[in-house]
Design a protein around this ligand. Structure first.
Ligand SMILES: C[S@@+](CC[C@H](N)C(=O)[O-])C[C@H]1O[C@@H](n2cnc3c(N)ncnc32)[C@H](O)[C@@H]1O
Length: 226
C-alpha cells in the first residue's frame, strides 16, 4: 500500500521508469522518431509494451483497436499475439495508408484489417467476439465506444484505454482551460471503475492506462444474465 497519494510518481520516479525501458527494435524506434517529428499521436513505448504483454498473456485470437494512427499500437498488439487477427479503425485515410506501409515492414499486415471510418459507425458493423479491445481514438467517444464494444468482448477479455490521466489535467484541472476531452475522460474513468460488467483499474503508466477484464455475467434467481 502506498504511503501517501504522491508517493509513487514524482518526477524522479517517472524518469527512473523511463530509464528502465529497453531500447525498441529499429522499426518501432523509427516509428517513434517519425511520430515525434510529424506530431503524430502514437502510444507511449511503455504502453506499447503493455499491449504486447497483454495480448500475449491473454493468448488473444481477435483484437480490436479504435484509433490506428500509423499502426504503432497495432504492431505491438500483433507482435504480442502472433496468431491473432487485429481489426483497427481510423477515420483518417492518410494515416491508414501510412500504417499499411509500417505493417508491411513489420510483416503483420496479413493479420491486420485496416478499417476506415468513424469509430462508432464502423463498430456497429464489426462482429465479435474479441479478446482484447484497445480504446485510443477520440477521447470524447470512449464511453460510447466501450458501450458498443463490450457486447463483442469475450468473457475474460480485456479492455485497455489510453490517456485516462490526460496530461495530468484530470487530477489537476486548469479552471481556465475548457478541455472537452478532459471532461469526457474524467466521466469515463468513473464509469469504467464502477462498470458492473468489468473489473477495472487505472494505471499511472504513460498518460494513464485503464485496464479492465469482462466478468462472467451474473445469473440470479430473478433471471439474468445481468
Ligand atoms: C492517439 S491516435 C492512435 C494511436 C495508436 N492507437 C497507437 O497506438 O499508436 C488516435 C487516432 O484516432 C483517430 N480518430 C480520432 N477520432 C476518431 C473517430 N471518431 N473515429 C475513428 N478514428 C478516430 C485519429 O485519426 C488518430 O489517428
Amino acid at each position: 500500500m502506498k504511503d501517501r497519494p504522491d508517493a509513487i510518481l514524482r518526477t524522479e520516479q517517472a524518469r527512473y521508469l523511463d530509464s528502465l525501458l529497453p531500447p525498441r527494435d529499429p522499426l518501432l524506434a523509427e516509428m517513434e522518431r517519425r511520430a515525434a517529428q510529424n506530431d503524430v499521436p502514437i502510444s507511449d513505448p511503455e504502453v506499447g509494451r503493455l499491449l504486447t504483454l497483454l495480448a500475449r498473456a491473454r493468448g488473444a485470437r481477435r483484437i480490436l483497436e479504435i484509433g490506428t494512427a500509423i499502426g504503432y499500437g497495432t504492431i505491438c498488439l500483433a507482435r504480442g499475439a502472433t496468431e491473432a487477427r487485429v481489426v483497427t479503425i481510423d477515420r483518417d485515410p492518410s494515416r491508414l495508408e501510412e500504417a499499411r506501409g509500417w505493417l508491411v515492414r513489420a510483416e503483420v499486415l496479413d493479420r491486420v484489417e485496416l478499417v476506415e471510418g468513424e469509430a462508432l459507425e464502423r463498430l456497429a458493423t464489426i462482429d465479435g467476439p474479441f479478446d482484447l479491445v484497445y480504446l485510443d481514438g477520440d477521447k470524447t467517444l470512449y464511453r460510447r465506444c466501450l458501450d458498443h464494444a463490450l457486447p463483442k468482448l469475450a468473457v475474460g477479455g480485456l479492455v485497455v484505454a489510453d490517456n485516462l490521466l490526460w496530461k495530468g489535467k484530470i487530477a489537476d484541472p486548469d479552471p481556465d482551460d475548457e478541455d472537452e476531452s478532459a471532461r469526457a475522460l474524467e466521466a469515463f474513468n468513473g464509469y469504467l471503475m464502477i462498470h458492473p460488467q468489468l473489473d477495472a483499474v487505472v494505471l499511472p503508466l504513460g498518460d494513464g492506462v485503464g485496464l479492465a477484464a469482462k466478468r462472467q455475467p451474473l445469473v440470479t434467481e430473478m433471471g439474468g444474465p445481468f
